[in-house]
Design a protein around this ligand. Structure first.
Ligand code: ADP
Ligand code: MG
Length: 258
């Protein structure tokens, strides 16, 4: 009788954490002779923890990572990346400081792995994060534009995110309209949030992405680089190295498939 009243109140008040834990916590309180205040504190803690977990799950879903990668599985010993710098980034101070991150390097050196790991850590700190490849971003912008929803799209996916991750920046070239739209996005995010970009193109080649428009390229670079961590990753493809180690590829071979 009492239990069903408690459960009804919990359901009405949407207190799922208390609903799932009150019975166990009431037993614990009785066994350990806790005071009423201590018992209440345990109930509130359970509710807080449940809400915190749900919020993290929602953030993770919204982020849209292709596959979850965390920093625990990143092998720093076989990478030129500075672990201290990545730890600094993982503290998420760069978000408060609205700094950007640029991860630059050849294919297979772990740029996407690091981008997802940083993004994942952000969602666990309940920072609204969005992961897109540049190809997807352009498709999404084009679609929103053709449906007259560009402003809403920018608001929802760009402005309201604390961290926007654009993967594979420069893997293909943009036309004039797309270049201008991308500039708008970078400009909107500039100083109101952080952008993390992965690219295999060095800055001097960036104008190739933007229709050879030097003015626009400089404007985009200027906004991205001002207040940023620029992380250059050197070395061979990690996948290839693993295969070489396993003796699956001979060093003189030109094989690049993995
Ligand atoms: P990039 O985006 O630079 O092309 P990826 O991040 O996709 O490279 O890395 C290719 C594969 O190698 C992924 O499966 C990634 O998890 C793995 N990888 C790359 N570098 C490392 C590393 N230092 N430690 C562990 N795994 C790595
Ligand atoms: Mg990648």
């Amino acid at each position: 009788m009492l239990n069903s009243r408690i459960e009804e109140y919990c359901i009405n008040l949407k207190l799922k954490g208390i609903l799932e834990n009150y019975s166990f916590l009431a037993d614990k309180a009785a066994k350990e002779s806790l005071s009423f205040a201590e018992f209440l504190c345990l109930l509130l803690e359970a509710e807080y923890e449940a809400r915190n977990q749900r919020a993290k799950q929602t953030m993770l879903k919204f982020a849209g990572f292709p596959k979850i990668k965390t920093i625990d599985t990143f092998d720093f010993s076989s990478s030129s990346v500075d672990k201290t710098l990545i730890n600094e980034v993982l503290s998420m101070r760069f978000i408060d400081e609205t700094k950007n991150i640029l991860l630059i390097g050849p294919p297979g050196v772990g740029k996407t792995h690091l981008a997802v790991a940083i993004g994942y850590a952000a969602t666990q700190k309940r920072i609204k994060t969005k992961f897109v490849t540049m190809a997807d971003l352009i498709i999404q912008i084009d679609t929103a534009l053709s449906q007259n929803r560009l402003e809403q799209y920018i608001k929802k996916s760009i402005n309201f995110t604390g961290l926007l991750i654009i993967d594979e920046f420069g893997y293909f070239k943009l036309n004039e309209k797309q270049s201008n739209l991308l500039f708008q996005i970078v400009n909107k995010k500039y100083e109101t949030g952080s952008i993390l970009i992965t690219t295999n193109l060095s800055f001097i080649r960036w104008k190739e992405i933007f229709n050879n428009d030097e003015g626009l390229t400089t404007a985009i670079l200027d906004r991205l680089i001002h207040h940023s961590y620029i992380i250059n990753i050197k070395g061979d493809s990690y996948r290839l190295r693993q295969k070489r180690k396993a003796g699956l590829i001979d060093f003189s071979s030109q094989e690049i498939n993995s």
